[in-house]
Ligand binder design. Structure first.
Ligand code: SF4
Length: 110
């Protein structure tokens, strides 16, 4: 079961696909963030350094090199990938909130 503190920081704030009641499925971004940051570190991160691009805009300005890394690091571990993800399957939709946060972190490291 997802931790409501992480859900608030990742899904509630940044994921256009989030619906309450689907707490048994974990996107790859959520998993990575939960494994590497405490809930308070994540809350502070998204408060002080929110993603520079919203997920809807990100798709139009995507850095393909960064996306290539995140495909392996994030999307290959995603529960939603099995049923298909519009973003991952040909960039026909915006990415999820976890991807959006991690993309911004990867881009800020350059
Ligand atoms: S962008 Fe799609 S495949 Fe990648 S982590 Fe998010 S939901 Fe999963």
């Amino acid at each position: 079961m997802k931790d409501s503190r992480y859900v608030e920081s990742v899904c509630g704030k940044f994921c256009r696909y989030y619906k309450e009641g689907k707490e048994e499925l974990y996107c790859g971004g959520y998993k990575i963030l939960e494994q590497n940051l405490t809930a308070s570190e994540l809350s502070e991160l998204v408060k002080t350094s929110p993603p520079k691009l919203k997920s809807d805009n990100l798709i139009h300005q995507l850095n393909l090199e960064t996306d290539k890394k995140l495909r392996v690091f994030v999307c290959d571990k995603c529960d939603f990938k099995l049923d298909g993800c519009d973003f991952r399957d040909g960039y026909s939709g915006a990415p999820c909130g976890g991807y959006t946060i991690l993309y911004s972190l990867f881009e800020s490291e350059k």
